[in-house]
Write a protein that binds this ligand. Structure first.
Ligand SMILES: *Cc1c(COP(=O)(O)O)cnc(C)c1O
Length: 509
């Protein structure tokens, strides 16, 4: 017998290696696909059911030899064996965001409709760059961009594109804004300044609580991180608009062009929302592009009770949304949405083999015309099935639950003399620190750092850390509606135990 894809006769006895073609997902292998994927799903399901802490606290030194010890040139040739091995190097010690005591970063538990979407999109494997590689996928993505634009309050000229995350959405927004500013500066004049000269005069403004991806984007856009001017925040950790107005004036006097103001709707650390209406007013008066980074706060777009917190977002020129943060979607799922679709031309490049200009003339929808990526996942399908199965209000009410929980956690901490709590979040973070009685500043810092690490090493809970005005603090990012106030109270007791032990040990050392 001759096997498909093989030129040699298979031996009649003994274990037969599977011919390479049998691994391809084709009409002839759908039963293998069903079996393999079901086996994988079963492993994940039983692991998730058995998880009793968010992480095992394993260290890179412990885990690295296990991964390094695997010979990638000697396949196991068998799904079950590979999944057994995967358990050892990944599933057993992974960090599980669905666990109620995972309280660290902006990672959400994910909804089942989105996992279904993930399974479908990777199997069909559409690529959203061109119509001729996706068909319906392109239309579904476009509907979701339009739907999001509608929730933002943009008019019919709005458009946008899915991206891999907030970092990429912010980069693209600032690229578009840079090109608009550049065109304005060089447009019309006969005495055209050189591009480097123009770039050296461009500035971006954000607050000190803005996301670091703004600085990163400035570097990638040829401006350098110094081109980002940071505005102080008020007591509520929101951008100070008096300083914003002053900075815009100063730039104008100094012959600098502000290509964009980046307002944050949901700062990563404090969950606070810049005063969008006032900032929009200032930007309109100054003729400056307003980008709203709503990577975190976008969940409010579907909140049944808190949509008003985003008032003013409809006045932005561009908005970043991360569905993989507050829409309970698996990574990746993000979009950049712009008020006026014409600005997307700055991301367009016509390639003869892929998206020639004549296709645009014939209005063939090629999403690559507005994307920084070429081959691109059909991430939109996850959100589509989420909306079609659950609906937007169900997502919004899950987000509302964690915002309520954060408010309750804030009160719990404010009433607890062992802790000091910073700014009340408008979303779902809580920033605080343990204050060992009578300890000096260094010990307070170190005790909080120690508590975070000790907690992570035990696997009992995961919390984040950050600095507030130079001092180490701890942070809870609450995105799991299954987390209870009791969970939080318990974690606070553990933190107090670890930090208290550390401070006492230092005092007697
Ligand atoms: C998380 C975050 C980003 C970056 O988004 P990624 O999806 O991680 O790339 C940008 N801005 C804010 C405010 C964020 O919280």
């Amino acid at each position: 017998m001759s096997l498909p894809g093989s030129t040699i006769e298979a031996p009649v006895t003994g274990t037969r290696p599977t011919p390479p073609r049998a691994h391809l997902f084709t009409a002839g292998t759908v039963e293998d696909y069903r079996r393999a994927v079901t086996e994988g799903i079963d492993r994940v399901a039983s692991r998730v059911a058995g998880v009793d802490r968010p992480g095992t606290g394993i260290t890179p030194d412990e885990l690295a030899p296990r991964v390094a010890g695997i010979d990638l040139d000697r396949p196991l040739g068998d799904t079950t064996a590979a999944l057994d091995e995967l358990h050892d190097v990944y599933l057993r010690d992974a960090v599980y965001f669905h666990h109620p005591r995972y309280l660290a970063h902006l990672n959400c538990p994910v909804v089942i409709p989105a996992l279904l979407g993930e399974a479908v999109l990777s199997a069909v494997n559409s690529s959203l760059d061109t119509w001729d590689q996706s068909a319906g996928g392109t239309l579904i993505e476009r509907r979701l961009v339009d739907w999001t634009a509608g929730r933002i309050g943009f008019g019919p000229a709005a458009d946008g594109v899915f991206t891999s995350g907030g970092t990429q959405s912010n980069l693209q927004a600032l690229l578009l804004a840079r090109e608009e500013a550049y065109a304005r500066i060089v447009g019309g004049g006969t005495d055209r300044p050189s591009r480097p000269e123009v770039l050296s005069r461009l500035r971006i403004i954000t607050s000190t609580a803005g996301h670091f991806s703004v600085q990163k984007a400035a570097k990638l856009l040829g401006l350098g991180a110094d081109a980002v001017l940071t505005i102080a925040t008020d007591a509520g950790r929101r951008m100070r608009t008096d300083e914003l107005a002053e900075t815009l004036d100063r730039c104008r006097r100094d012959g600098q062009t502000v290509l964009a103001v980046v307002a944050t709707a949901g700062t990563t650390d404090f969950g606070t929302i810049d005063p969008l209406d006032r900032i929009a007013e200032i930007c309109t008066a100054a003729g400056v592009w307003l980008h709203v980074d709503a990577a975190y706060g976008c969940g409010l777009l579907v909140s049944p009770t808190r949509r008003h917190l985003l008032a003013g977002i409809e006045r932005a020129d561009s908005v970043t949304v991360d569905y993989h943060k507050s829409f309970f979607q698996p990574v990746s799922s993000s979009a950049l949405v712009v008020r006026d679709r014409r600005v997307l031309r700055h991301a367009t490049w016509h390639a003869d083999y892929l998206n020639p200009a004549r296709m645009a003339e014939r209005r063939i929808p090629n999403q690559v015309d507005k994307s920084l990526q070429t081959t691109r996942r059909f991430d939109a399908l996850k959100l589509w099935l989420t909306l079609r199965i659950m609906g937007p209000e169900a997502i919004g009410s899950l987000f509302d639950e964690v915002v309520d929980l954060a408010a309750a956690a804030f009160r719990l901490l404010a009433d607890d003399p062992r802790f000091e709590v910073v700014t009340r979040s408008q979303l779902s973070t809580v920033v605080f620190r343990y204050l060992p009685p009578g300890a000096g500043r260094d010990v307070v810092d170190d005790a909080n750092l120690y508590a975070r690490e000790a907690l992570a090493a035990s696997g009992a809970a995961l919390v984040a850390g950050t600095k507030v005005d130079g001092a180490h603090h701890l942070k809870l990012t609450l995105l799991n509606p299954e987390t209870t106030l009791d969970d939080i109270a318990h974690v606070l007791d553990l933190i107090a135990e670890h930090a208290g032990w550390y401070a006492r040990t230092r005092a007697t050392a």
